[in-house]
Write a protein that binds this ligand. Structure first.
Ligand code: FAD
Ligand code: NAG
Ligand code: NAG
Ligand code: NAG
Ligand code: NAG
Length: 493
């Protein structure tokens, strides 16, 4: 039940405001090197999740199209590709379908992931066809019992300009937000924004809060309105059969990058050199690069940066999330727990609101509980998100003493997203870029691929006078495709 659409309940204020004002794609000639260039210029990418794997893919597009001569090394501290996108097998048994443990859903408006699924022949599973009966729980009573409706997205129109040939490029996310007419969205809480635009309090504090809690573990009066809007459900919610991480593996396999798994970067330093000014330190020893793309949340990397650079990245609190996957032979949740009468339908997807607490009642013990299909004739997979660990005893009571396998995981899942007017810098220094600066703005797999596309364009422009779609000045294209066409910038150019 996650949606990456930008939903708009209020349309008029989101008019397109291009051309974008950030100066970009000046035809600069790279400075003369003061030392002999030893071999091909190298770029390091740190992290092999959505951001890092797509960055390698975008660079490879420029290599294929324009022969940009560069060698790419991807460093990944774990043994897997995908980062926060990962799967586990029920009962730890690979004869069952794997289940998403982290990032699980994207939508058709997420054109990069959608396109990747098609190009890489991965099978999309349409989750909107798997009817879920939604219930919203305030800790003591069930507020709503029905199927969530699609809400029309005008803001999506603005968002979709990011896939056109005229897509803005940005080195400052605040400026990007302003150019999109989204100032109010980032500077207000979801509650302030939606209520001040005439949405009823009940709708905001029950329905929209349920969405912000399941998607971002944050209440509607603390999360900024843009991310709240992103979390409202939409049609076409899908995932890749076998795991979304396969997209990211394909990105890397289709790029020409060298991928070093089980290789943690510990430090980045600078040296006097125009061809290799950045030194990446890892188990492989120090290696010099022309440019470095940091594709992980900086405060989660443990990487030591020169203090003048580190100090540019503000402190970042995260939502610490407990994810519990389990199997149960109980076809539904315990009725008594939900105080339902025998003839009332038990929801198979239970979201929560914090509104009970605001009215002096008790807090829900979880953020969401959802049934995720069967692995056997009479055994279902269930996923629970919560702020604290859930105990076995509580699980047994919730599932009528019919719990089988249980798998617990914890994540610093996403940045806390309070209203703000400032974001981390996209470019930390000449040749040092930070993809995940985008996450306090919007945190999804797709937007990480957009953020990496932007960073790769900035980098190629700065260091190679090129870009993913060739050297040109932003906003000069006359033949920009309509936002709703199949054209996807970066793929089709
Ligand atoms: C439980 C959960 C549910 C979510 N649900 C969704 C969803 O349904 N849809 C959606 O779109 N998004 C969802 N998200 C958010 C989504 O996972 C992220 O926005 C996205 O995956 C971030 O990708 P990334 O590549 O930027 O970062 P990450 O996926 O975190 O990748 C960073 C990579 O860098 C590596 N790394 C870190 N430090 C170092 C180092 N020092 N050296 C080398 N490598 C390093 C890490 O091991 C990791 O592989 C969810 C997240 C969580 C946790
Ligand atoms: C895995 O599950 C299958 C049934 O799907 C079962 O036959 C097999 O014994 C299981 N393997 C293990 C190691 O438990
Ligand atoms: C995907 O499948 C099509 C048709 O079967 C094939 O032509 C194409 O090469 C495949 N692409 C990849 C990346 O495997
Ligand atoms: C991608 O490359 C890795 C490493 O070479 C390999 O293990 C994996 O099987 C490849 N995946 C695909 C789908 O080709
Ligand atoms: C982005 O631009 C705004 C002004 O529009 C400025 O206040 C802010 O400091 C800039 N942010 C970064 C990270 O440079």
């Amino acid at each position: 039940m996650r949606s990456l659409l930008f939903l708009s309940l209020v349309s008029a204020s989101f008019a397109l405001q291009l051309p974008f004002k950030v100066p970009f794609f000046q035809s600069t000639v790279p400075p003369e090197d003061d030392e002999p260039v030893r071999g091909t210029p190298k770029i390091a990418i740190i992290g092999a999740g959505a951001a890092g794997s797509s960055a390698a893919f975008w660079i490879s597009k420029a290599q294929e199209r324009f022969g940009v001569d560069v060698e790419v090394d991807v460093y990944e501290k774990t043994s897997r590709i995908g980062g926060r996108s990962l799967t586990v097998y029920p009962h730890g048994n690979d004869t069952f379908e794997p289940v998403e443990l982290g990032a699980s859903i994207f939508v058709k408006a997420n054109k990069n992931l959608w396109r990747a699924a098609q190009e890489f022949n991965l099978t999309l599973r349409d989750l909107s066809k798997e009817d879920n009966d939604l219930g919203i729980w305030d800790g003591e009573q069930l507020l709503l019992n029905g199927i969530i409706d699609k809400l029309v997205a005008d803001m999506l129109k603005q968002y979709s300009t990011l896939y056109t040939a005229d897509s803005p490029k940005w080195d400052n996310i605040t400026d990007l937000a302003h150019s999109f007419g989204w100032k109010n969205l980032i500077e207000s809480t979801g509650a302030e924004f939606f209520t001040s635009n005439g949405v009823s309090k009940q709708y905001v504090f029950e329905l929209i809060e349920a969405a912000s809690r399941v998607n971002y573990g944050q209440n509607i009066d603390s999360i900024h309105a843009l991310e709240a809007a992103c979390s409202i459900a939409a049609n076409g919610a899908s995932q890749i059969e076998g795991g979304n991480w396969q997209i990211f593996e394909r990105f890397l396999n289709h790029s020409r990058a060298n991928v070093f798994t089980d290789t943690k970067v510990t430090r980045i330093t600078q040296k006097e050199s125009k061809s290799r000014p950045w030194v990446v330190h890892s188990d492989k020893g120090p290696t010099g690069y022309k440019a470095v793309i940091l594709a992980a949340l900086f405060h989660q990397t443990d990487i030591e940066l020169p203090s003048a650079l580190a100090s540019q990245i503000p402190e970042q609190p995260y939502v610490h999330l407990h994810v519990t996957l389990l199997t149960t032979t109980s076809p539904n949740l315990n009725r008594e727990y939900l105080a339902l009468s025998p003839n009332e339908k038990v929801p198979s997807m239970l979201l929560t609101t914090y509104d009970g607490v605001r009215q002096g009642r008790k807090a829900p013990e979880f953020n969401s509980i959802s049934y995720h299909g069967k692995i056997n004739e009479d055994e279902w997979v269930v996923k629970i998100f919560s702020e604290s660990p859930v105990e076995d005893k509580w699980l047994q009571s919730l599932f009528n003493d019919q719990v089988g396998w249980v798998h617990r995981a914890e994540f610093d899942a996403y940045p806390k997203l309070p209203p703000t007017s400032s974001f981390p810098p996209v470019k930390l220094d000449h040749g040092l870029f930070y993809v995940n600066a985008f996450e306090p703005f919007i945190s999804t797999m797709e937007t990480e691929t957009l953020a990496s596309r932007n960073v790769v364009d900035l980098l190629l422009n700065e260091e190679f006078s090129s870009s993913i779609c060739g050297p040109r000045i932003s906003g000069s294209t006359k033949d920009a495709a309509a936002p709703d066409s199949d054209f996807v910038f970066g793929w089709d150019c």
